[in-house]
Structures are given as C-alpha cells and as structure tokens.
Design a protein around this ligand. Structure first.
Ligand code: HEC
Length: 98
C-alpha cells in the first residue's frame, strides 16, 4: 500500500499532465477519457499494456515513456520526472485500498 503523501503526489501529477484525458482513473476529477483503457483496479490486471510484468518499476517506466517501455505502444510519453512517475505508479496501485 502506498503511503498517503506519495499517493497524493501521484494524484497531483496525474491531474497536472492530464492522464484522465485518455483514461478513466478513480479519484481524478476530469471528463472521463476513453482513448486508453480504464485504470480501475489496475493492479488486478495482468501484464502492463499486455506486455510488461506488472511491477512498480515497470509501471513507473511505462507511464513516463510508454513508447520506450513497450515499443509500439499507442500511449505517448508523458512529462513526468522519475520521482513523479514512481508516485503515479504508487497512486495507481493504491486505488483498491480506498
Ligand atoms: C493521449 C492519450 C493518453 C494519455 C494522455 C495517457 N495515456 Fe495511458 N494509455 C493510452 C493508450 C492508448 C494505452 C494503451 C497502450 C498500450 O497498450 O500500449 C495506455 C495504456 C496505459 C496503461 C496500461 C493499461 C493496461 O491495461 O495495461 C497505464 C497504466 C496507463 N496508460 C497510465 C497512464 C498514466 C498514469 C498517464 C498520465 C501520466 C497516461 N496513461 C496518459 C493513452 C493515454
């Protein structure tokens, strides 16, 4: 489970860069995007984008630079620092805890 401050930082980063323009993400007040898959219960699904083992490290790398983490991914690279990407991953993994 993510500590509350990490998860809060992650949520702020998600709002700042606008992940919800393409994804349904619980706790984020944006019009729900439908370009990408819903991230509800994200930690219960299989591999990230069908390709990467579902670990915090892989998730952080993917949300920051999807086309490098999974060549051919339709998700663009996002303007996150490495630390922000880790916080975003922690937020996504913590979604079930609330
Ligand atoms: C321009 C639209 C767009 C934006 C903005 C976007 N994504 Fe995505 N995202 C996608 C698409 C399309 C996919 C599917 C890509 C693939 O399968 O490789 C995806 C896949 C994902 C996945 C994998 C989902 C799964 O079921 O395996 C995660 C996690 C994710 N995005 C998180 C984020 C986060 C966090 C942000 C903000 C930092 C973000 N996305 C911003 C379009 C977007």
């Amino acid at each position: 489970m993510a500590d509350p401050e990490t998860a809060r930082n992650g949520r702020e980063a998600i709002e700042r860069v606008g992940c919800a323009a393409c994804h349904e993400i619980p706790g984020i007040a944006w019009p729900k995007g439908r370009t990408g898959p819903s991230l509800v219960g994200f930690d219960d699904i299989g591999p990230i984008a069908g390709a990467l083992p579902n670990t915090p490290k892989n998730l952080a790398a993917f949300v920051r630079n999807a086309p490098v983490a999974r060549p051919g991914s339709a998700m663009p690279a996002m303007p996150l620092s490495e630390e922000e990407a880790r916080d975003v991953a922690a937020y996504l993994y913590g979604l079930d805890d609330e």
